[in-house]
Ligand binder design. Structure first.
Ligand code: S3P
Length: 171
C-alpha cells in the first residue's frame, strides 16, 4: 500500500464521487473530505442556498477558498469535489501544486442523471435535464485532464470502483 498517495475525485453530478471517496477512505483507513460538505458546514448554508441567493460565480469563489483549506489539511488523503470544481483552471492548478493525484469518475449522462433525479440533494445546476446535459458535454474536456480515468458502469457499485482505485493507484 502506497502510504504517500493522496487523491482527489472529480466527475459529473450523480456519478458517485462522495460514495466512492467514502469507500476508498475506509479501505485505506483514513478520513475522507467532501468539499461540498466542508463548505456547507463552514458557511452554515447549503450549496443550493448559496447559488440561489448569490449566483454561481459567488459560489465558485467560496468553493475555491474551501478547496485551498482542504488541500492545506495535513491529514488529507481522499477528497471528493463538487462536479464543477475541477472545471475551473485555478482549482486544477492549486490541486496540482498540492501534489494530489486526480481521478475522473466517468460515466454516461443518463447514468448520472438517474442518480441526480433520485437523489435528495438539491443541485441548482441540474434542475433541468437539457441544461444539465449541456453542462455534461461542456465539461468532458476538463474532466479528461485528470491523471486517471475510471469508467463507472451502470451495474458497478461504488465499492467496486473504490477497489479498482485502490488496486491501481494505491498499490
Ligand atoms: C455542482 C455540483 C454539486 C455542487 C453544486 C455544483 C456542479 O456537487 O457542488 O451544486 O457544478 O456540478 P455534486 O457533484 O456532488 O453533485
Amino acid at each position: 500500500m502506497n502510504k504517500e498517495q493522496r487523491i482527489v475525485l472529480t466527475g459529473f453530478m450523480g456519478v458517485g464521487k462522495s460514495s466512492v471517496a467514502r469507500h476508498v477512505a475506509h479501505l485505506i483507513k483514513s478520513k475522507r473530505v467532501d468539499l461540498d460538505h466542508e463548505l456547507e458546514y463552514g458557511e452554515r448554508r447549503t450549496v443550493a442556498q448559496i447559488i440561489d441567493a448569490e449566483g454561481e460565480p459567488a459560489f465558485r469563489d467560496i468553493e475555491s477558498r474551501y478547496l485551498q483549506e482542504a488541500l492545506d489539511r495535513p491529514d488529507l488523503r481522499v477528497l471528493s469535489l463538487g462536479g464543477g470544481t475541477w472545471t475551473l483552471e485555478r482549482n486544477r492548478e492549486i490541486i496540482k501544486r498540492s501534489g494530489l493525484t486526480s481521478v475522473w469518475l466517468e460515466s454516461t449522462f443518463e447514468h448520472c442523471w438517474l442518480n441526480v433525479a433520485f437523489s435528495r440533494k438539491d443541485r441548482p445546476l441540474a434542475r433541468d435535464k437539457k441544461r444539465a446535459f449541456e453542462l455534461f458535454q461542456q465539461r468532458q474536456q476538463h474532466y479528461a485532464l485528470a491523471d486517471w480515468h475510471f469508467v463507472v458502469r451502470p451495474d458497478s457499485t461504488s465499492f467496486d470502483v473504490a477497489k479498482q482505485i485502490i488496486e491501481q493507484i494505491f498499490s
